[in-house]
Design a protein around this ligand. Structure first.
Ligand SMILES: [Ca+2]
Length: 175
């Protein structure tokens, strides 16, 4: 017994409980910080979808995609459908959302790296597998999709596909 009236074993038990509580708290903090970019991605995806729909109504097609990784062309000027390029929230804003459209601009796909901070959908891959009208369940795409039911452990990318004629939109976050 010491001055606090606790035996050595009670102290050990007390320290183990405190250690477990601290570990749980740190784990929750880490999970929370990883989830925050997912909310940001959802919000930015909605803004991008609205901008792309407005562009397709005006121009009869989706804007061109340029670069590697591919990004939007002609979406901020001359008409500001977007005032600035949304940045990938998982990459500390070092790179814009990726965007690809078929040559005729009939459909498009928009994506970010996801919690693994690695682009699974590269330009060469998207050029090979993407076709206008395909949805998120397309076998060519599903293997590269972030799975929200797998928490932040899923390595896929978060993406959304759109189709100008059918107005089909869907994304990997279940909207
Ligand atoms: Ca990824």
């Amino acid at each position: 017994m010491n001055r606090l009236g606790m035996t050595a074993w009670e102290w050990v038990f007390f320290l183990v409980v405190i250690t477990i509580l601290v570990a749980l708290w740190l784990s929750n903090q880490l999970e929370g910080s990883r989830r925050h970019p997912i909310g940001r991605t959802k919000s930015d995806m909605r803004s991008i979808e609205t901008a792309l729909e407005a562009y397709s109504v005006d121009e009869g097609r989706f804007p061109l995609s340029i670069g590697n990784p591919p990004v939007f062309a002609n979406i901020t000027t001359p008409v500001a459908y977007l005032t600035s390029y949304p940045m990938d929230p998982f990459l500390q804003h070092q790179r814009s959302f990726c965007y690809y459209t078929d040559p005729k601009g009939m459909g498009c796909i928009v994506w970010v790296s996801g919690p693994d901070r690695d682009l699974d959908l590269t330009l060469s891959l998207v050029e090979k597998i993407y076709k206008p009208g395909m949805d998120m369940q397309a076998p060519e795409l599903i293997n590269f999709s972030f799975d929200p039911t797998n928490g932040t452990a899923s390595s896929g990318d978060i993406f959304r596909v759109m189709n100008a004629e059918q107005r089909i939109t869907s994304d990997t976050l279940g909207r």
